[in-house]
Design a protein around this ligand. Structure first.
Ligand SMILES: *Cc1c(COP(=O)(O)O)cnc(C)c1O
Length: 372
């Protein structure tokens, strides 16, 4: 018998796949229960933009036609949104694909990428999949102003001549921590011009902190900056897989060489265009999240459960015990949250902010799960 695992590329041999949040249908099937609430993947509790849904319905009759491989209309709309040229926009099958394109374009054996401890799990995966070295810089301590957040100085210290990419999640998932405009600007000025800095802003639209930077406005000043955004979170289109990045046109052009010609399907392009114009849905999503964050943070505080202050649409909290059984007891009450032991947070769980009713349901289930 041929052992194909030893024939795989070195990075792939040691790769452990991403563990997504448990789908509702899976839990309902496993436990024979109904009315499950999923607060495990930072999805929008309000659902998709109704305008996006209508746009998709109107586009269904054209499914036999290949999508526009250049996504002309959506790119133009995104370029307008950020005050950039369409050549500075690259679309992906989720922003996850853009991260992967970055790895395939600049990384491989003998090269490395730097990210933070407790950072989004996709960074080490895309780096390792191309057999490059992933370097995790120690995060800030638990008692810092941004507990478990990115330590940009520690990250800079890990950069060397073979570092082609640095990943900065702002805000970071699963910690919900963020870096300020001043700190990020200093970091970008420090990093060698040959090192691409990827700033992942998947949750940017939720952030209301005053010195949180919109780095899409910095790509003219920093030709080595690439900023990723997604339609999966605030726009509620996670199921369609649509994300994008903005950068200098030179960086975007290289990514376009690597991507497959029809990576973004026609329904995603149509829906993205409609969702982008739906300011009302975005504003309502921000409002519901603001209220929900306050609700859940206050409730965790009342229960003396420490949590990491978050500017995203999720909160990671410490159950001060092995979280596996707590997670399981939540599942049995029909509430799916996210264990984050694989992020180096062995006693924490992450919960997505839902509607008020969903948050109430989670909190009641949590009380039960912690008492048991
Ligand atoms: C959810 C998330 C994304 C978005 O991934 P998509 O592929 O666009 O759905 C990107 N980065 C972070 C940090 C996330 O949490």
């Amino acid at each position: 018998m041929v052992d194909f695992s030893v024939l795989a590329m070195p990075g792939v041999q040691a790769l452990r796949p991403y563990e997504p949040g448990k789908p509702v249908a899976t839990l309902e099937r496993e436990l024979g229960i109904r009315d499950v609430v999923k607060l495990a993947s930072n999805e929008n509790p309000l659902g998709p933009s109704p305008r996006a849904v209508a746009a998709i319905q109107a586009a269904l009759d054209d499914l036999h036609i290949y999508p526009d491989g250049n996504s002309f209309a959506l790119k133009e709309a995104l370029a307008n949104r950020h005050g950039l040229a369409p050549e500075q926009v690259i679309l992906g099958n989720g922003s996850n694909e853009v991260l992967e394109l970055v790895a395939r374009t600049w990384l491989g054996q003998g090269r490395n990428a730097v990210f933070s401890q407790h950072a989004f799990a996709v960074y080490p995966l895309v780096v390792q999949a191309v057999s490059a070295e992933g370097r995790a810089a120690d995060a800030l301590p638990a008692d810092a102003a941004q507990p478990f957040g990115h330590d940009l100085d520690a990250m800079f210290a890990r950069v060397d001549a073979d570092t082609r990419v640095v990943f900065v999640a702002n805000p970071n998932n699963p910690t919900g921590t963020w870096v300020s405009a001043g700190a990020l600007e200093r970091f970008l000025a420090q990093v060698p011009a040959e090192t691409l800095v990827v700033v992942d802003e998947a949750y940017a639209e939720y952030v209301e902190a005053t010195d949180y930077p919109d780095t899409t406005q910095w790509v003219q000043r920093f030709p080595n900056l690439l900023v990723t955004r997604t339609f999966s979170k605030i726009h509620g289109l996670a199921g369609l897989r649509l994300g994008y990045a903005v950068s200098s046109s030179g960086v975007a052009e290289l990514l376009n060489r690597v991507r497959q010609p029809f990576n973004v399907n026609s329904l995603a392009q149509t829906a993205g265009l409609a969702a982008l114009a739906d300011a009302e849905h975005v504003a309502e999503s921000v409002r519901v999240n603001r209220e929900g964050l306050a609700q859940v943070a206050a409730a965790l505080g009342e229960r003396s459960l420490e949590f990491i202050p978050s500017v995203g649409n999720f909160i990671t909290f410490d159950v001060r015990q092995p979280p596996g059984p707590v997670y399981e007891r939540l599942l049995h009450q029909g509430v799916i949250v996210r264990p984050v032991a694989n992020y180096g947070l062995p006693t924490h769980l992450r919960v997505t902010i839902g509607t008020r009713g969903e948050n109430d349901r989670f909190l009641a289930a949590l009380d039960h799960a912690l008492k048991a």
